[in-house]
Design a protein around this ligand. Structure first.
Ligand SMILES: *Cc1c(COP(=O)(O)O)cnc(C)c1O
Length: 390
C-alpha cells in the first residue's frame, strides 16, 4: 500500500473522486490546472529557457490549448501533430520539428506550413532539410550514452557521436542552412542529474571547436526532456535539477550562456493524471499459492505500456487501503488474451486482501505516455478514454 498523501493532497483527491465517480472504467482523468502549475514551476525554475512541450507525452486538446495560451512552444514529431497544433492557432514560429526520422515530403510539408527549425542527426536527413526547407535553422542531436539511470531511456535510436555532429553542422552551413545549435535527450525520467553535466560538456566542446576551426557560431542548446514525474522510486525535486543544470551551464559558458530550449513531456503532465481501472477477476494458480493474480480492465495495450520491463512503477491506490488493512502480494495483469499483458510480476506490489471483482484501482501519476500510447482495438477493446478536469 502506498501513502496516497505523499503523491496527491487530500483536497485534490476528493475533487478527483467527485469528478470521476460515475465515469466508466478504464479511464484517465487529467487535471489541466495542475499541468498549468507544473508549466509555471518549470518556467520559473529556468527563467532563461524557452519551453517546447513534447506533445507526444499527452496530446489532449485542453492541455495544448492551455499551454498555447500560456505562451509555450511545441516540439513536434509528425505532420499529424503539426496539423493538430496549428488548428489551435499556434504560429509556426513556435514550433520545432524535433524528430530526426522523417520523410522528405514531411520536411516539405512543415516548411510550407512555415516551420523553420529542424532537428537532424544524419547526412541524408540534413540533405533533405537543405533541399525542402532551404535556409532553415538546424540543430544536431547528440548521442548520450549514459542512460542507465533513466527509467525510460530514449538513446541509441537517436543522435550521433559529437564528431559526426561537428561534420553535420559544417555541412549544414555549406548547404545554405543555419547551423543553429545542438540537442540531446538524457533519457526520460532521468534520476541522475549529473548526466546533464556530461551532455552540456559535449555541447560546449562543439560550440568552441566549431567557432575556432570553422568560424561557425552556434547559438542554441536544446536540452530535451528527462525531468521527472513522481513514481515509486524517489527523485530529486525540480528545483534541484534547475540549480544544478544552471550551474553546469555557467561553469562551461560563464555569463554568456547560449539560448536554451527545454522539451518537457513527462514532468509537465505525468503527475497530473489518474488512471482508474476495475478489477475483473482475482485468482490463484493453485490452492496454496501465496500470490493472487489481479486482472483488471487496463493493461499494456490500453494505457500502461510504460510498464514494459516494469520500467515505470506507478503508485497504486484502492478504496480499501485503510490503516491496518491486511494485504498480500499480487501480480497485476491486463484484460487481453496476450500473456505479455502483465504489468508487474517481479516487483512485488502488495494490495489489500479484501479486494474483489468490481473494485477499483487508481494508478497515480499516469498523465504522461498513457492515453495515446496504446493499441487501437486489440481484442476489440477500445482506446482508453481521457477526461479533463479544469
Ligand atoms: C519524448 C521527447 C521529449 C520529452 O521527454 P520527457 O522525458 O517526457 O520530458 C523531449 N524531446 C524529444 C525529442 C522527445 O522525443
Amino acid at each position: 500500500m502506498f501513502n496516497r498523501s505523499e503523491f496527491i493532497p487530500d483536497s485534490e483527491w476528493n475533487r478527483f473522486k467527485e469528478f470521476s465517480k460515475d465515469l466508466e472504467t478504464p479511464n484517465v482523468v487529467v487535471n489541466v490546472h495542475q499541468v498549468k502549475r507544473n508549466f509555471i514551476k518549470l518556467r520559473d525554475s529556468f527563467p532563461f529557457a524557452r519551453i517546447y512541450y513534447a506533445i507526444k507525452a499527452n496530446p489532449g486538446e485542453p492541455i495544448l490549448r492551455m499551454l498555447a495560451d500560456m505562451g509555450s512552444n511545441f516540439d513536434i514529431a509528425s505532420r499529424y501533430e503539426l496539423d493538430k497544433i496549428m488548428a489551435l492557432g499556434v504560429e509556426p514560429e513556435r514550433l520545432s520539428y524535433g524528430n530526426t526520422i522523417k520523410k522528405a515530403r514531411d520536411v516539405k510539408y512543415f516548411y510550407e506550413k512555415g516551420v523553420r527549425m529542424f532537428a537532424t542527426d544524419s547526412k541524408d536527413d540534413l540533405k533533405n532539410i537543405a533541399e525542402y526547407a532551404p535556409g532553415s535553422k538546424v540543430y544536431v542531436r547528440m548521442l548520450i550514452d549514459n542512460t542507465t539511470s533513466a527509467d525510460w531511456p530514449l538513446s541509441r535510436k537517436f543522435g550521433c557521436h559529437p564528431d559526426m555532429a561537428y561534420d553535420l553542422l559544417v555541412l549544414a552551413r555549406d548547404l545554405g542552412l543555419t547551423p543553429y545549435g545542438v540537442s540531446f535527450h538524457v533519457g526520460s525520467q532521468q534520476r541522475d542529474i549529473g548526466v546533464w553535466n556530461d551532455a552540456i560538456a559535449k555541447a560546449t566542446y562543439l560550440f568552441s571547436s566549431l567557432e575556432e576551426e570553422e568560424d561557425i557560431k552556434l547559438q542554441m542548446i536544446n536540452m530535451g526532456g528527462g525531468f521527472p514525474a513522481h513514481y515509486i522510486q524517489p527523485t530529486n525535486e525540480l528545483k534541484d535539477y534547475a540549480s544544478e543544470i544552471t550551474r553546469y551551464l555557467h561553469d562551461d559558458f560563464g555569463d554568456d550562456i547560449p539560448e536554451i530550449i527545454l522539451e518537457p513531456g513527462r514532468s509537465l503532465v505525468g503527475d497530473c493524471g489518474i488512471l482508474t481501472s476495475e478489477i475483473v477477476l482475482i485468482s490463484r494458480k493453485n490452492n496454496t499459492a501465496l500470490q493472487r493474480w489481479v486482472y483488471q480492465d487496463a493493461g499494456k495495450f490500453n494505457g500502461l505500456i510504460e510498464t514494459l520491463d516494469e520500467s515505470i512503477k506507478y503508485p497504486i491506490i484502492t478504496d480499501k487501503d485503510e490503516a491496518g488493512a491486511k494485504e498480500g502480494e499480487v501480480i497485476l495483469a491486463g484484460p487481453t488474451c496476450d500473456s505479455a499483458d502483465i504489468m508487474y510480476e517481479n516487483i512485488k506490489y502488495r494490495l489489500p486482501l479484501s479486494l474483489k471483482a468490481g473494485d477499483k484501482l487508481y494508478w497515480l501519476s499516469t498523465g504522461a505516455y498513457t492515453s495515446t500510447y496504446a493499441s487501437v482495438e486489440f481484442n476489440g477493446f477500445p482506446p482508453i478514454k481521457t477526461y479533463f478536469m479544469e
